[in-house]
Design a protein around this ligand. Structure first.
Ligand SMILES: *[C@@H]1O[C@H](CO)[C@@H](O)[C@H](O)[C@H]1NC(C)=O
Ligand SMILES: *[C@@H]1O[C@H](CO)[C@@H](O)[C@H](O)[C@H]1NC(C)=O
Ligand SMILES: *[C@@H]1O[C@H](CO)[C@@H](O)[C@H](O)[C@H]1NC(C)=O
Length: 428
C-alpha cells in the first residue's frame, strides 16, 4: 500500500523540477523561433512568481498537506489505527441512506429532519477521521482506500456534492475536506477519483455554477479546484462554456468569491500544461479578446493585477511558446500593456514589465510595433529609466537594461540607428 501523501509530494517536487528544465528549454527554443543575440536571453527569465490564493483554498490546502506526516509513511499503521465500530463500507452506506433521505424528504417534520441531519454530521465527521486521523492516531491507508472505493462505487460522491448546500456550516466544512482528500486517494496505484470523474464530468456543471450562488460558492470552489487536479476534468472545463463565465466570476463584487474564482481560473490555465497549450491555441481569438478587454482593462485594480500576473505566467511557460509569439506580435496587445504601465500601482507596473519585455525582445517585431516603439521612444526610455522596485533584483535590473538598450537602438527601416540612449531621449 502506498502512502498517498508522500507520493503526492514527490510528484509535486518532480513537476517543479520539470518546470525549471522547461524554462531552460524554453529559452533555447525561443532563441530558435525568434533568434536574437544572446544578451537578450536573460530577458526571458520569468519573474519570481508570488501566487496569491484565497484564504479558503490555502487553508484547505494546509489541511490536506498536513495529512500523513512523513513518518506515517514508513510505519506500519495497523497497530495505531483504533478500530471503529463500523467498517468503511457500512459508514459509506449509512451516509448514503441519510443523504438520500435528506435529498428526497423535503417535507418531513422539522424534528425528524434535525435528527437525521445531526446523524449525518456524525457520519461525515467519522469519515473525516478515517481519512485524516483523529490527531493522535494516523489514518490507516487500508481504511482510506476502502472508504474511497465504496464512496465512488455507490456514487455517494455525487449525492454529497448535491446535498452540501443543505448541510450546516460545520458539517459542510468537514464534508468538503472529505470530498477534497478523496481526490488524492489511490487504490491499487490509481487515482480512483480520476476514473470516477471521467464518467461523471457533468458534476462540474453542478460545482462551477456555485460561483453564482454566494452561499455555496467557496465550498464548491474549493472542491472544483481539487477536481481539476485531474487532467481529464481540467480538459472538460477548458472546453466548456465556463471559461467565458470565469471572466465574470472573477469580477464578482464579493471579494472572497472573486478571489476563489481567480484561484480556480489560474489553476485551469497553468496546471496541465499540454492541455492548456491546446486550449490557448484553439481558442486564441475569443479568449485573448475577452482577457484583454474584460480583465486587463477592468476597472477593478485587483482584477487587472491578477490578470497581468497570470498573463505573464502563461506567456513565459515554454509549452505556450507558440501562443506567446502570436500574442507579442500584436500591436493592439502591446498598446494595452503600455497603458498598464500607467497604472498607479507598482505591482501592476512590474508584472506589466515582465510581459512588455517580450514584445521588445521579439526579434521579428512587426513593422507597426517597431514604429510605435520608435515614436514613443523618449517617453518609454524616460519611464524605464525612472522605473525602480523597492527590493534589489539583479534579474529585473538586467532585463530593464536590455529592454532600454533594445528600444534605444531600434530603427525604422531606412532611418539611421540611434546608438546612445541619451541622444535618443532628446530626440523628438
Ligand atoms: C468537524 O470536524 C471537527 C474536527 O475536525 C469537529 O471538531 C467538528 O465537531 C466537526 N463538525 C461537525 C459539524 O461535525
Ligand atoms: C498597490 O501595490 C502595492 C504593492 O506595491 C500593494 O501593497 C497595494 O495594496 C496595492 N494597492 C493599491 C490599491 O494600489
Ligand atoms: C505613442 O506615441 C503616439 C504619438 O506620439 C501616441 O499617439 C500614442 O498614444 C503613443 N502610444 C502609447 C501607447 O503611449
Amino acid at each position: 500500500m502506498e502512502c498517498q501523501e508522500s507520493e503526492y509530494n514527490n510528484q509535486r517536487k518532480q513537476s517543479q523540477g520539470q518546470r525549471k528544465r522547461f524554462h531552460l528549454y524554453f529559452y533555447l527554443s525561443f532563441t530558435i523561433i525568434i533568434p536574437f543575440s544572446s544578451p537578450l536571453i536573460p530577458l526571458l527569465k520569468p519573474s519570481s512568481s508570488s501566487s496569491s490564493s484565497s484564504s479558503s483554498s490555502s487553508s484547505l490546502h494546509q489541511i490536506l498537506s498536513r495529512r500523513f506526516p512523513a513518518r506515517a509513511c514508513v510505519q506500519d499503521m495497523k497497530g495505531l489505527f483504533k478500530p471503529k465500530p463500523r467498517t468503511p463500507m457500512e459508514l459509506v452506506l449509512q451516509t448514503r441512506d441519510l443523504l438520500i433521505f435528506l435529498d428526497q424528504n423535503t417535507e418531513t417534520r422539522e424534528r425528524k429532519r434535525e435528527e437525521k441531519m445531526s446523524e449525518l454530521s456524525k457520519q461525515i465527521l467519522e469519515m473525516r477521521i478515517v481519512l485524516f486521523g483523529n490527531g493522535q492516531a494516523e489514518p490507516n491507508p487500508d481504511a482510506c482506500a476502502h472508504l474511497a472505493r465504496e464512496f465512488f462505487k455507490h456514487d455517494t460522491f455525487r449525492l454529497l456534492v448535491v446535498c452540501l448546500p443543505k448541510l450546516d456550516l460545520g458539517a459542510r466544512q468537514n464534508a468538503t475536506h472529505v470530498l477534497a482528500i478523496l481526490q488524492r486517494q489511490r487504490v491499487g496505484g490509481r487515482l480512483i477519483a480520476s476514473e470516477y470523474l471521467e464518467n461523471n464530468l457533468d458534476l462540474m456543471d453542478v460545482l462551477l455554477p456555485g460561483y453564482e450562488d454566494g452561499d455555496i460558492a467557496l465550498t464548491y470552489g474549493a472542491i472544483s479546484r481539487e477536481c481539476i487536479r485531474h487532467q481529464i476534468v481540467a480538459r472538460y472545463v477548458l472546453g466548456s462554456e465556463y471559461m467565458k463565465k470565469f471572466f465574470t466570476y472573477i469580477q464578482i463584487p464579493n471579494f472572497d468569491i472573486a478571489s476563489d474564482a481567480q484561484s480556480t481560473f489560474k489553476e485551469l490555465l497553468t496546471r496541465h500544461r499540454s492541455t492548456v497549450a491546446e486550449f490557448l491555441s484553439a481558442n486564441y481569438d475569443w479568449f485573448f479578446q475577452g482577457y484583454n478587454s474584460q480583465l486587463l482593462q477592468s476597472p477593478s485594480y485587483i482584477t487587472r493585477r491578477h490578470a497581468v500576473k497570470l498573463l505573464g505566467d502563461m506567456l513565459l511557460d515554454r509549452s505556450n511558446s507558440a501562443v506567446m509569439v502570436r500574442y507579442v506580435s500584436s500591436l493592439e496587445n502591446m498598446r494595452i500593456l503600455m497603458n498598464l504601465f500607467r497604472d498607479s500601482n507598482k505591482t501592476i507596473q512590474l508584472d506589466t514589465f515582465h510581459v512588455f519585455k517580450l514584445f521588445v525582445a521579439n526579434q521579428k517585431k512587426p513593422p507597426e510595433i517597431i514604429s510605435v516603439l520608435v515614436t514613443n521612444r523618449s517617453k518609454l526610455l524616460r519611464f524605464l529609466g525612472d522605473f525602480s522596485i523597492d527590493r534589489e533584483d539583479e534579474q529585473f535590473e538586467a532585463d530593464k537594461a536590455q529592454v532600454i538598450k533594445e528600444i534605444a537602438t531600434l530603427e525604422i527601416i531606412g532611418e539611421r540607428s540611434c546608438t546612445d540612449a541619451d541622444d535618443c531621449e532628446v530626440e523628438s
